[in-house]
Design a protein around this ligand. Structure first.
Ligand SMILES: Cc1cc2nc3c(=O)[nH]c(=O)nc-3n(C[C@H](O)[C@H](O)[C@H](O)COP(=O)(O)O)c2cc1C
Length: 180
């Protein structure tokens, strides 16, 4: 299995890091410019530390990268966290970065695309962008944790969201305790 993981400049870099750590198979990583600036504010990791978790890393400006083409196969793409700006670009078909281009490819090739959006409250514009994409088959997975698993730490909360992403990819995990 081959996955594309994109980290954009919304709060919640830790979600992308956790997903990257837990995903099996080949992981292709893209980190947007804004995410690179936010990483030191939210985590104790460097950009390089996060890049070390992936098998392949592409620059967000490298539109010549293989994942820009529909002829290059990947199984699914997760954008975590997904900023409202990236959400808007994907929703309107703008593909001027590798992240937005790979997302456009995922949609046109009918591949699984999960957007872990993080903004609150959400404007009507953001909600309309999400609705438009949901109608195209994109999974809008809000960074919105449940508490029935009784999280004891921030890491438990992060694991809940990462676990819900893996659920969407039909991947077994023990990131949170499921309701029984
Ligand atoms: C510290 C910080 C936190 C931010 N958090 C969010 C957020 O949670 N959600 C969001 O939609 N935008 C957030 N932004 C704004 C985005 O970073 C900004 O819209 C940027 O253009 C997104 O670019 P990108 O999608 O290419 O990464 C934040 C910006 C900063 C500086």
């Amino acid at each position: 299995m081959r996955y594309v993981v994109a980290i954009t400049g919304a709060s919640g870099i830790a979600y992308g890091v956790k997903i990257l750590k837990e995903l099996p198979g080949e992981r292709i990583l893209i980190i947007s410019d804004m995410a690179k600036k936010i990483i030191p504010y939210e985590t104790d990791l460097s950009v390089n530390d996060i890049e070390q978790l992936a098998d392949i890393v592409y620059d967000d400006h490298d539109l010549f990268a293989c994942i820009s083409s529909g002829s290059y196969d990947f199984d699914a793409m997760v954008v975590a966290p997904c900023s409202s700006s990236t959400l808007a670009k994907i929703s309107s078909g703008l593909s001027d970065t590798l992240i937005t281009r790979a997302a456009a490819v995922a949609i046109k090739e009918s591949r699984k695309l999960i957007l872990v959006t993080r903004e609150t409250p959400k404007s009507a514009i953001m909600l309309e962008n999400e609705l438009k994409l949901a109608r195209c088959g994109v999974t809008i997975l809000d960074a919105n944790p449940g508490f029935y698993s009784k999280p004891q730490s921030v890491d438990d909360i992060i694991s809940f969201i990462a676990g819900r992403c893996l659920d969407q990819l039909r991947m077994p995990h023990s990131l949170y305790r499921k309701w029984e």
